[in-house]
Ligand binder design. Structure first.
Ligand code: SAH
Length: 359
């Protein structure tokens, strides 16, 4: 797809042509990653954060949020529960919490890897290259770090760096790949200041970075953040250029991501479930996605991990989420993935490298 094709498909409003886009994405999904939907148990280990991202409810200056940190015992217990529920992976996510650094993280990663067959995905924000290396050695398999927008100016506006530490998510993504992680990234759809042109470029970046996982969800304004006050908080895009933060726009991005990155793992995200509680997950799965991340965070912490308001599934237990998600997947005639559900894209890259070595 050319840049102009992506842009015009993002602007598409004709119902029949949209139906064709969904069908095309669904066919490419089936052909390249199959009908199995892989389940990842999401553990939100801490909502403490040293950053001040303008979009996120966990941002340090949000004084209204009650903060928590899970203990190592609780984290390992949540991982065991994920295993018991039949998931092949745990995704360990948090704000940029200075209590979860270096050896502390390496410690529970080693325990989970020693005591369970789970793949471990980390999503702990921008961390030091030495830590990323240490955690990889400890056994972490994958890392998720959305670049949020590929436009430097917009990125700097919504994502202030930490004192003395320039923020470069693209450099970190490359480093993660060199360290042998399966690498995931993504963006929010409809962040104030995001134009169709910029969003099309983001999708092109997904392919250029050869990502193994790509997560996208609608931007949901949080009243405790500068962007919760409305687009006026950042210089907004020219009239007609701003991407709306809608459910339908997010499906377009999911579908176009599948076309741009046929073998990547794409989750049908909680943000989609939040904007359409009844059917968001299913629509995502039928328009390009092949992964779901059911929450296994202990019930008493769930509501506090409020990156955006109204988050789906905060009053459910891990068992409730497992049952609900299985039923939704089965209602689509899809199967539940078994095993770790490694990215077919990484497999392709490794096979390519092996062929090169044999030559
Ligand atoms: N601290 C980690 C994890 C952040 S939460 C990190 O920065 O990588 C994971 C994702 O939630 C973020 O990457 C962002 O894309 C998304 N997110 C944050 N605030 C959001 C909001 N208000 N609406 C929708 N998605 C949001």
């Amino acid at each position: 797809m050319t840049h102009d094709e992506i842009t015009s498909r993002l602007r598409e409003t004709d119902p029949e042509r949209l139906e064709r886009l969904w069908a095309e994405a669904d066919a490419v999904r089936r052909e390249n990653v199959g009908d199995a939907v892989h389940l990842r148990g999401l553990i939100e280990i801490s909502n403490c954060c040293a950053r001040t991202c303008l979009y996120c409810g966990l941002r340090g200056p949000n004084a209204k949020l009650e903060r928590y940190r899970m203990s190592d015992e609780e984290i390992v217990a949540a991982a065991r529960q994920a295993e018991a529920l039949g998931y092949g992976t745990v995704v360990i996510q948090s704000g940029e919490d200075d209590a979860f650094i270096g050896e502390r993280v390496a410690g529970f990663v080693r325990r989970i890897k020693a005591e369970t067959p789970l793949a471990v995905t980390l999503s702990l924000g921008e961390r030091k290259p030495e830590e990323l290396e240490l955690w990889r050695e400890a056994g972490a398999d994958r890392y998720l770090l959305r670049f949020e927008t590929s436009d430097r100016k917009l990125y700097n506006r919504i994502h202030p760096p930490r004192e003395g530490r320039p923020s470069n998510r693209f450099a970190l993504l490359r480093r993660l790949g060199e360290l042998g992680y399966e690498v995931g990234s993504g963006v929010m759809v409809g962040i104030p200041g995001q134009t169709y042109d910029l969003l099309a470029r983001d999708i092109e970046w997904f392919a250029d970075l050869d990502l193994d996982m790509v997560g996208v969800g609608p931007f949901i304004a949080h009243p405790g953040t500068p962007l919760g006050a409305g687009p006026a908080a950042v210089a907004s895009a020219p009239p007609g250029e701003q991407v709306p933060a809608t459910e339908e726009m997010t499906y377009k991005v999911v579908a176009l991501t599948r076309l741009a990155c046929p073998r990547t793992n794409i989750p049908s995200t909680s943000a989609l479930a939040t904007v359409n509680l009844a059917h968001g997950r299913e629509f995502g799965l039928c328009r390009g996605a092949n992964v779901v991340m059911p929450n296994v965070t202990p019930a008493r912490y769930r509501a506090m991990y409020e990156i955006y308001p109204g988050k789906a599934c905060i009053n459910e237990s891990a068992g409730d989420c497992a049952r609900c998600i299985r039923a939704r997947i089965e209602s689509l005639g899809r199967t539940i993935g078994t095993g770790r559900g490694d990215s077919p894209n990484l497999r392709r890259k490794l096979e390519g490298a092996a062929t090169l070595r044999e030559r």
